[in-house]
Design a binder for this molecule. Structure first.
Ligand SMILES: [Mn+2]
Length: 476
């Protein structure tokens, strides 16, 4: 028999008793906590700290000084779906290696990530925490002081240091290589996990090891560290420029909440996966550089190659959505286009053409050697991209059609009352209507300012953004 969960010997799909994994004692203690940022409340700095605050904000992209005021093991208000409190999970769950890549991370946000994982995870499931330093050079505390702190407080944690900066994707992969537990859970370096976050991620993997499970991602406010929901879950998707998009849950998903629902595209880089399945898939494509596109690579690969991806609403993880940190060396080269090109040529079949039509320069981009990826696709007998679209995200192509339907109408818009006057955008720029320059002007067939297009895209745009259109005086 296959040793799928070799660390624990758990048998895939085995019928198991269900148990309550909550740590009730800790929840009672947490509910009574008070202090800066406790219960996930917003915190504010006192006067006179503006200079220090701004300096740290500049290099981190969030209020790092304020983070230092908040306990590493602060409490969070339980904002999960009410049914999560009583939900039961398999009595035997696989062990976990947590992988946390970081680059020039702030001390307290990094440690709070680690501490919150330890605090909210059943001790016997947590085998190791692998921090991967992606070539940080500026902050001395990320060297010996970090090792020493972990040795004393979290002995199951260790730091792998990469000799120079390779980017998030490779750093994650290096962490995954060092992992020895049954499952790998990848987190970011400024996160906090919520009560009982782990069992909902692991339970679907026990049923079927070819499963990746994502938590709901909440928002830790970058200025106040207030913890709040982003929404109550959505299905990940993309448009044909590979911009990440969100699709609503299906009616069936909604009715079954908070049961896990199928997700076409993972939302960034927080997920759990069985170690065996991750390496069967070859992990991330090692030809992807720095960041960007990797969630498409992994999501397409998981679905097309016989796996499934779920979002587990009872597992919630907060993330500091930071601004761009300043004063760091910028990465050179158009790595994003190359990443997208690789994803397109390996996984998207004839639909790659839909990307090229919108980004013609992608046609010329050199994807590099993709033979390893194509070999994986062949070996695992992975399905076509057409299959993926039709079966995993049939609503995606309705909302974002690979080939857009022709314009509903185009031409000039004439006044009925004064037929010599036409609607004039007041700008030669191709794009949305500019309300403050919009006017009626003498009709002139040669003026681009008077050419209007009513297309599929801008109808959607108006519907998406302006349910009570017109709402704003600025732009539509
Ligand atoms: Mn982040």
């Amino acid at each position: 028999m296959l040793q799928i969960f070799s660390d624990t010997g758990i048998v895939e799909g085995e019928l198991q008793p269900l148990v309550n994994w909550h740590n009730n004692t800790q929840e009672v203690l947490d509910a009574a906590r008070e202090g800066p940022g406790e219960q996930g409340r917003p915190h504010y700095l006192g006067p006179g700290l503006e200079k220090k605050r701004d300096d740290l904000y500049y290099t981190n992209g969030f209020n790092a000084l304020l983070s230092d005021d908040i306990a590493l093991d602060r409490s969070l208000k339980d904002i999960r779906h009410p049914k999560c409190k009583t939900k039961l999970y398999s009595a035997k769950l696989p062990t976990v290696s947590i992988v946390i890549p970081f680059f020039e991370e702030h001390w307290t946000t990094l440690l709070r990530t680690v501490v919150s994982v330890v605090k909210h995870s059943p001790r016997h499931l947590l085998k190791e925490i692998i921090l991967v330093d992606d070539g940080s050079t500026i902050k001395d505390f990320l060297k010996d002081p970090l090792d020493n702190w972990l040795k004393e407080h979290v002995p199951i944690a260790k730091v792998i240091r990469l000799p120079s900066r390779v980017g998030l994707i490779v750093a994650r992969q290096e962490g995954a290589k060092a992992a020895t537990a049954d499952t790998i859970v990848v987190l970011d370096s400024h996160c906090e996990v919520m009560v009982n976050w782990l069992p909902p991620l692991l339970d679907p993997i026990v049923v079927n090891y070819r499963t990746a499970v994502c938590p709901l991602i909440d928002v830790i406010n970058k200025d106040t560290f207030a913890y709040s929901p982003q929404d109550n879950g959505a299905r990940g998707a993309f448009d044909w420029r590979l911009y990440y998009k969100r699709l609503p849950l299906t009616d069936k998903d909604n009715n079954l909440l908070p049961e896990p629902f199928e997700n076409p595209i993972m939302n960034g880089g927080l997920f759990a996966i069985s170690r065996k399945f991750f390496w069967e898939l070859g992990g991330y494509d090692p030809g992807l550089a720095i960041w960007g596109g990797e969630q498409y690579d992994l999501s397409f690969k998981i679905w097309q190659c016989g796996g499934r991806m779920l979002d587990a609403p009872c597992s919630r993880v907060g993330h500091v959505f930071r601004g761009a940190p300043k004063g760091r060396p910028s990465v050179k080269g158009d790595f994003l286009s190359k990443n997208y090109k690789r994803v397109a040529v390996v996984w998207m079949d004839e639909y790659a053409e839909a990307l090229y039509r919108r980004n013609p320069h992608l046609r010329e981009v050199d994807a590099g050697d993709v033979s390893r990826e194509l070999e994986i696709r062949e070996r695992l007998q992975c399905k076509s991209f057409k299959w993926y679209l039709e079966n995993v995200a049939p609503d995606l192509v309705k909302r974002y059609p690979p080939v857009e339907p022709p314009d509903y109408a185009n031409g000039t818009i004439k006044s009925v009352a004064s037929p010599t006057l036409c609607l004039d955008n007041g700008s030669k720029e191709y794009g949305p209507i500019i309300i403050h320059t919009l006017k009626m002007a003498v009709c002139d067939n040669n003026k681009v300012e008077q050419k209007w297009i009513f297309s599929f895209t801008n109808t959607k745009l108006i519907q998406d953004q302006y349910p009570h259109f017109p709402k704003s005086r600025d732009t539509l």
